[in-house]
Design a protein around this ligand. Structure first.
Ligand code: NAP
Length: 330
């Protein structure tokens, strides 16, 4: 089923238990973005419980990050494992500073969980795009490409695999993405007058999925398989504060639908941990309920593949402007 099915959605949300993670992350260094709250915080808590050597919370507020670190240390009874590093996806410069620090200070980097994201129905700009596109797509891919060399270097040093996992969403199934026909899609999405904000989050999650497939296709394959496993995880619908300051009727129905249909935050975060385990068969895949899932019909269509190639060229031009030479990291 590659279209949204409410039956499949409800079965998944209400009847399928998500397995509690037990695979150890012993000796591993892990970065989790957007980890001061929500899914990122609970995933980071699992990594610490599962014996990771070092877990870096990449957050835009050091204060909120420190509170999260304290909560993890108290619940896991492990100290000296969690670090809090500043990174704001609203700013390309902040992403570059963060990746410089990673490259300078970390000898090894085993797992990157690119989880941070925003959802809003209001149109605002940040850097050169609509803000959600900057945060969830462009800066997220900028960070991915800047961290690829360290992930590849680590894979070579340990003679094993490293993992780059993105938090995607089932909501990509809900968009027909008419903007994909524009000559320059990023510019089209940055036009306030024609912005369809009710569909924006669905579009950016589809873009994230297209870009993770392209990146997975482009990264080198060795005889032993992929040295960096790249996948895109759907956590399901999960109780978090992703919609900050809901307006109008949403204030009333959001908490009700969360109670009725959504997974508890910790349960949702198990899907991120599963993605981070980096099984070979997850490379380039959309993961749903902790297994390889079926993405949207558009994603699977020839039109989806062509859109992926066209949009990758647009992204490439953008990232090269931001950080000249970055494409050589692939
Ligand atoms: N909740 C769901 O049902 C659901 C379903 C599918 C996918 N997802 C995805 O799951 C991921 C995590 O969301 P969540 O539901 O856990 O929401 P959340 O509780 O609001 O967490 C979002 C995290 O992203 C961080 N963030 C936002 N803007 C940022 C920026 N400019 N720079 C750095 N960090 C930033 C937030 O930091 P602050 O606290 O400082 O704002 C927070 O730590 C997102 O990618 C979301 O799209 C969520």
């Amino acid at each position: 089923m590659s279209r949204f099915s409410s039956r499949k959605f409800l079965h998944s949300q209400l009847c399928l238990p998500i397995p509690y993670p037990t695979t150890k992350f012993t000796d591993k260094t892990i970065i989790v973005t957007g980890s001061n709250t929500g899914l990122g915080l609970e995933a980071a808590r699992h990594f610490v419980r599962l014996d990771a050597a070092r877990v870096i919370l990449a957050v835009r507020s050091i204060e909120r990050g420190k509170a999260a670190a304290k909560s993890i240390e108290e619940s896991t009874h492990r100290s000296g494992v969690v670090d809090v590093w500043e990174m704001d996806l609203d700013s390309y410069a902040s992403v570059q500073t963060f990746s410089d620090r990673v490259n300078k200070e970390l000898d090894l980097l085993h797992v990157v969980v690119e989880n941070a994201g925003i959802l809003t129905y209001n149109f605002n700009m940040s850097e050169e795009d609509e803000r959600q596109i900057t945060v969830n797509v462009v800066s997220t891919m900028l960070l991915a490409l800047l961290l690829l060399p360290k992930l590849r270097e680590t894979a070579a040093k340990i003679n094993g695999k490293t993992v780059l996992t993105f938090t995607g969403s089932w909501m990509h199934l809900l968009t027909k993405f008419p903007e994909h026909k524009a000559e320059n899609v990023f510019k089209e999405l940055a036009k306030k007058e024609s912005a369809r904000m009710m569909d924006r989050y669905q579009i950016l999650k589809l873009l994230g999925l297209l870009f993770s497939r392209e990146l997975a296709d482009l990264t080198r394959v060795s005889e032993k398989g992929h040295s960096i496993i790249i996948n895109n995880v759907n956590p399901g619908a999960v109780i978090t504060d992703i919609v900050r300051n809901p307006e109008g009727l949403r204030r009333i129905y959001a908490p009700v639908t969360q109670k009725l249909f959504c997974r508890p935050t910790e349960e949702g975060s198990r899907t991120l941990v599963h993605g981070a385990e980096g099984a070979e068969e997850t490379h380039g895949q959309y993961l749903d309920d902790c297994k390889v899932g079926v993405p949207s019909a558009f994603f699977l269509s020839e039109e989806g593949v062509q859109t992926q190639k066209k949009m990758w060229k647009e992204l490439e031009a953008k990232l090269e402007r931001i950080h000249p030479g970055i494409m050589q990291n692939i």
